[in-house]
Design a binder for this molecule. Structure first.
Ligand code: MCA
Ligand code: AMP
Length: 496
């Protein structure tokens, strides 16, 4: 048996699956292409046996074909962020020990030099794969659902990001709970504007729509005007995004004439479902979006390690500032500071269920530490249950930030800043920001004066755009407690 999403696709082979690069691509074509790519990835082998296959492929038909190819060949799919600088790409490639990499042609110049690194890998370009002779279809391996399927990188309280390993069974559970809760149907059509190296884009948008036999339209990058134009397509029924995207869409629509805004509202009203997640949705954004579109956004809570866990109802009251109820198959408990389960006090959200990840790649200790002895995953998020609805209160660690829906480790950025010759010491905090949720703020003690333009360039070579500090404070000393530890709560007011 091949991976289930591909088996399902075969049942509606003549139906359109993907809209990308201005063209419509049918399920049957994508299945054939995935089988062809799988044959090439396998070469002489019969099963990739969980070999890591990293892929840096543009959103659209190529992305889906490669992801399916890796799965049906028995590999582990490792999607790479398209905007990472070479150092960040190298980290993921080395950490997963990827032997095979597939890339859209434009990324080859970026990846080619990395082959000279500690671990050489085979690099396939999409155009080379497309041109290569069609082998007689190889028999593909029979996959057990317990096999590892994907590794996604997520920032934690430690320095470098950790690879979150999910099995085919985990992914199936993550998809099926959303099919049920959000009523995905074959007649749906969705628009993907999210990056495809995170659960929100990969699972909630792309896999869920294709699992249902629906159509997934891809925009290569988020552009408010284009998104609004596409949302006006009458058959486009489902849209999912992070709060920053809704904020940007609101700003764009507020700049249009009243007549155009009324026209847009008329079209948005016809959508079946609009979802927000990945970061707290400010009540002000929810209310403004209601005025603009007539939709109360469905806010839900999730995490790379667990997929989605809590959601406002599809039908029923969506409470501003709350994330709702546990999704099907998800068990949730809150654990207070005294270590006891609580029903009426704030506590850490702990999660159990078939969607919860298997392990952090190559990090046995970190995996063990993230679960309780009786198998609950500790999210590090604090919530409270009020009138049956969960409300997220924040994170237990001040070192985890959320900016534009991206999770960022303050420690990772501090480690990078300290490598700069002009930096003596530093501390990084998340500065509240209406548009981005938080922006990265860096308090720095300088050894000697630095040229800010050169400094920004230096940072851009080492960090993806969204991790680069946006606000700087240059201090003589950092606030510390009696133990000598920087008190980040005292730093924050300096950024206001
Ligand atoms: C970019 N800029 C920023 C940031 N990012 N400024 C402050 N903070 C940031 N984080 C600046 C750029 O430097 C640039 O400035 C300008 O904004 C536009 O940059 P660009 O990269 O073009 O930004 P964008 O395309 O407008 O991106 C905004 C975005 C993006 C679309 C909201 O951040 C995004 O796709 N976020 C989604 C992330 C996501 O999917 N997370 C899900 C993970 P200048 O013009 O001055 O150069 S969480 C998850 O999966 C869990 C399971 C869950 O619950 O969902
Ligand atoms: P990531 O590791 O990138 O998957 O991010 C998961 C984190 O995003 C969670 O641990 C939460 O801190 C945050 N998050 C996701 N959805 C929400 C939400 N609706 N409200 C508040 N925080 C959220």
């Amino acid at each position: 048996m091949c991976y289930e999403i591909v088996e399902r696709a075969k049942k509606h082979k003549d139906q359109v699956a993907v809209h990308s690069e201005g063209e419509a691509w049918k399920y049957g074509l994508i299945v054939n292409r995935a089988q062809h790519f799988a044959t090439l990835l396998l070469g002489q082998k019969e099963d990739l046996l969980e070999a890591r296959v990293a892929f840096m492929v543009n959103p659209g038909v190529d992305y889906v074909s490669v992801q399916w190819a890796i799965w049906i060949a028995g590999g582990i799919a490792v999607p790479l962020c398209l905007t990472y600088p070479p150092r960040s790409l190298d980290y993921v490639i080395q950490d997963t020990e990827a032997d095979l990499i597939v890339a859209s042609d434009e990324y080859l110049p970026l990846l080619e030099p990395l082959r000279q690194g500690k671990r050489p890998f085979r690099l396939f370009s999409i155009s080379e794969m497309m041109q290569s002779r069609m082998f007689p279809e190889k028999s593909l391996p029979v996959l057990d659902l317990s096999r590892k399927a994907m590794i996604l990188y997520t920032s934690g309280t430690t320095n470098l990001p950790k690879g979150v390993v999910t099995t085919h069974a985990n992914i199936k559970a993550q998809i099926e709970m959303l099919q049920k809760a959000w009523k995905w149907e074959r007649k749906d059509r969705t628009l993907c504007v999210l990056p495809l190296h995170h659960v929100h884009g990969i699972i909630n948008v792309v896999c869920c729509s294709l699992w249902a036999g629906a159509i997934c339209m891809f925009l290569p990058r988020f552009e408010p005007e284009e998104v609004i134009d596409l949302l006006e397509i009458p058959s486009l029924s489902v849209f999912m995004a992070v709060p920053t995207i809704y904020y940007k869409l609101i700003t764009y629509i507020e700049g249009l004439s009243d007549r155009r805004a009324v026209e847009i509202k008329g079209n948005l009203l016809k959508k079946r479902l609009m979802v927000s997640g990945s970061a707290a949705l400010p009540v002000s954004v929810m209310e403004k979006w209601y005025n603009i579109s007539g939709h109360w956004l469905l806010e839900r809570y999730g995490m790379t390690e667990i997929g989605m866990a809590i959601s406002n109802p599809y039908r029923g009251k969506r409470k501003p500032g709350f994330v709702g109820f546990p999704l099907p198959t998800v068990d949730i408990r809150l654990v207070a500071e005294n270590g006891k389960e609580t029903a009426d006090e704030p506590g850490e959200i702990q999660v159990k269920g078939p969607a919860v990840f298997q392990e952090y790649w190559g990090k046995k200790e970190a995996t063990e530490e993230s679960f309780t002895e009786d198998g609950w995953f500790k999210t590090g998020d604090t919530a409270v249950l009020l009138d049956g609805y969960y409300k997220i209160l924040g994170r237990t660690s001040i070192d985890i930030l959320k900016s534009g829906g991206y999770k960022i480790s303050a420690i990772e950025i501090e480690e990078v800043l300290r490598q700069h010759e002009g930096v003596d010491d530093c501390s990084v905090v998340g500065v509240p920001n209406e548009e981005w949720g938080e922006i990265v703020g860096a308090a720095i003690i300088l050894k000697n004066s630095i040229d800010m333009v050169a400094f920004q360039k230096w940072l851009a070579e080492r960090l993806p755009k969204y991790k680069i500090p946006r606000s700087f404070r240059f201090l003589r000393e950092l606030p510390r407690n009696a133990m000598g530890k920087v008190t980040k709560k005292d730093l924050l007011p300096l950024f206001s």
